[in-house]
Design a protein around this ligand. Structure first.
Ligand SMILES: NC(=O)c1ccc[n+]([C@@H]2O[C@H](COP(=O)([O-])OP(=O)(O)OC[C@H]3O[C@@H](n4cnc5c(N)ncnc54)[C@H](O)[C@@H]3O)[C@@H](O)[C@H]2O)c1
Length: 363
C-alpha cells in the first residue's frame, strides 16, 4: 500500500456584492484596502467611451498608476487573440500578485477579464463592476470566467471568485433596449426556478413604463443576485444545485448555435428555451400556466423560422452541449413554479414535441 498525504486547502472565499445608484464613494472607500498603487482596468469599449473620466477620477485617487485596456464590444472579445493581447498588456505594464484588476462592462468583459485575472501570475485580485442587467444579476456572481473556442462557447476558463462586485444601476441609464430584454430573461428565470413573485414585479415595471429605469429595477436586481449567490454558495463548482440555473439553457444553447451566435441573443434563446422547458415539464405531469412566461412575449420580437433544423435534429444537437453527461441529455424542468429538478432524458420523443411547441410559438 502507498503512503498517503492529505492536503486540505482553504479556497473558500467570501465576498460582498454592493448594489445601489451611484456607488462612487463606496467604491472609493473600498479600494483603500489594496496595498498596490497600481491597478488594471479592463473596460468595455462603449462604457470606456462614456465613463472614462469617471473611472479615472474615482479610482485615480487611490491608484497613481491606472492602466486601461479597452475590451472590444461583443462576443468576439472572448477570444484567444483578445485574451493574449490583454495578458501581454498586463505583463508589459508590470503586474504583481497584489495588483488588482477591475472588470468593467457586461458579461463579455467580466468573463474575459476574470479569466485574465485568474491566470496571470496564477491569480491577481479581481473586482467586478457589471454595467449590463445581465452582468448584474448573473455573470458577475459565482466566479465563472472564460473565453470561447471554435468548438463552442465558454469552453476554456476557470472558476475564479472576485474580491467584490459593485453593481451600480447608474450605468444602466445608457443600456440599449435589447440589452434590457437580454438580461430580463435571466431575471424571469429566477422567477421560474425560485421566486414566482419576481414575474409579477417585472410585469409591474412594464406596466408602469419603468422597463429601462435602473433605479426602479434595483430591488429586483438585488433579489435576483441574492438567488444566484445562494445557489453558488451551496454549489460553487456546479456539482449539483447550480445546474438549476440552466433552466431553459439546454434548449437555448442549441438555438444560439443554430443562429451562428449572431441571429439570436442569449436572452432571446433563453426565453424560447424556458417555454420549451415548461412545455416539457407539463408533459411530465406539471401543471404550469405558460402565460407566466407568455405575458412577456411582446418584449421579444424574434422569430425562430430562420432555424432550418427540425425538432429531431435540434434534439440531437442537445447531446453535444458541454453539460451533457454520458451522451444523455439532462434538462432542468419544473415540478411546479419555483421547484426545479434535474431530468435525464431517456425518451427523446417528448423533447422533440417540446421543440415543436416552441418553434410554433415563435414561427
Ligand atoms: N460567467 C457567468 O456566470 C456568465 C453567466 C451568464 C452569461 N455569461 C456571459 O456573458 C456574456 C453576455 O453578457 P452581456 O449580455 O452583458 O453582453 P456584453 O458584455 O456583450 O454587453 C452587451 C452590450 O452592452 C454594451 N454595454 C455594456 N454596458 C453598457 C452600458 N452601461 N450602457 C450601454 N451599453 C453597455 C456592450 O458594449 C455590449 O455591446 C456572454 O459571453 C455569456 O457567455 C457569463
Amino acid at each position: 500500500m502507498s503512503d498517503l498525504i492529505s492536503v486540505q486547502t482553504s479556497t473558500e472565499k467570501k465576498y460582498k456584492l454592493h448594489f445601489g445608484f451611484d456607488l462612487s464613494e463606496e467604491l472609493e472607500r473600498y479600494v483603500h484596502s489594496y496595498s498596490s498603487d497600481k491597478a488594471f482596468l479592463m473596460v468595455d469599449a462603449f462604457v470606456l467611451e462614456h465613463h472614462r473620466a469617471h473611472f479615472e477620477s474615482v479610482l485615480g485617487k487611490k491608484f497613481s498608476e491606472l492602466h486601461i485596456f479597452e475590451v472590444p464590444r461583443g462576443e468576439k472579445a472572448k477570444s484567444f487573440s483578445v485574451y493574449q493581447k490583454a495578458v501581454d498588456f498586463v505583463l508589459d505594464k508590470g503586474v504583481e500578485r497584489s495588483t488588482p484588476l477591475f472588470a468593467i462592462g457586461g458579461g463579455v468583459t467580466g468573463d474575459l477579464a476574470g479569466f485574465v485575472a485568474a491566470t496571470v501570475l496564477r491569480g491577481i485580485p479581481l473586482i467586478h463592476i457589471p454595467t449590463t442587467l445581465l452582468a448584474m444579476v448573473d455573470s458577475s456572481i459565482g466566479g465563472k470566467t472564460g473565453i470561447n473556442h471554435t468548438v463552442g462557447k465558454n469552453l476554456v476558463g476557470s472558476f475564479y471568485q472576485p474580491d467584490a462586485v459593485f453593481a451600480d444601476v447608474k450605468y444602466l441609464e445608457t443600456l440599449a433596449e435589447k440589452e434590457w430584454v437580454n438580461g430580463t430573461s435571466e431575471v424571469l428565470k429566477y422567477g421560474m426556478i425560485h421566486s414566482p413573485e419576481i414575474l409579477e414585479q417585472v410585469k409591474s415595471l412594464l406596466d408602469n413604463n419603468e422597463f429601462n429605469i435602473g433605479k426602479a429595477w434595483l430591488p429586483l436586481i438585488q433579489e435576483s443576485a441574492q438567488i444566484k449567490a445562494n445557489v453558488v454558495e451551496e454549489d460553487t463548482l456546479e456539482a449539483g444545485k447550480r445546474a438549476f440555473l440552466n433552466f431553459g439553457h439546454t434548449f437555448a444553447h442549441v438555438i444560439e448555435r443554430e443562429g451562428a451566435y449572431n441571429e439570436y441573443s442569449h436572452g432571446e434563446a433563453v426565453y424560447a428555451g424556458m417555454i420549451a422547458a415548461v412545455y416539457a415539464s407539463n408533459m411530465l405531469g406539471a401543471e404550469i400556466e405558460l402565460s407566466n412566461l407568455l405575458q412577456f412575449k411582446s418584449l421579444y420580437t424574434f422569430s425562430l423560422n430562420k432555424i432550418s433544423s427540425d425538432a429531431e435534429q435540434l434534439t440531437l444537437q442537445m447531446r453535444s452541449d458541454k453539460k451533457v453527461k454520458d451522451e444523455q441529455i439532462q434538462l432542468i424542468l419544473l415540478k411546479k413554479m419555483g421547484s426545479p429538478y434535474v431530468y435525464k432524458v431517456s425518451d427523446t420523443e417528448f423533447v422533440e414535441q417540446s421543440w415543436n411547441h416552441a418553434l410554433k410559438i415563435f414561427e
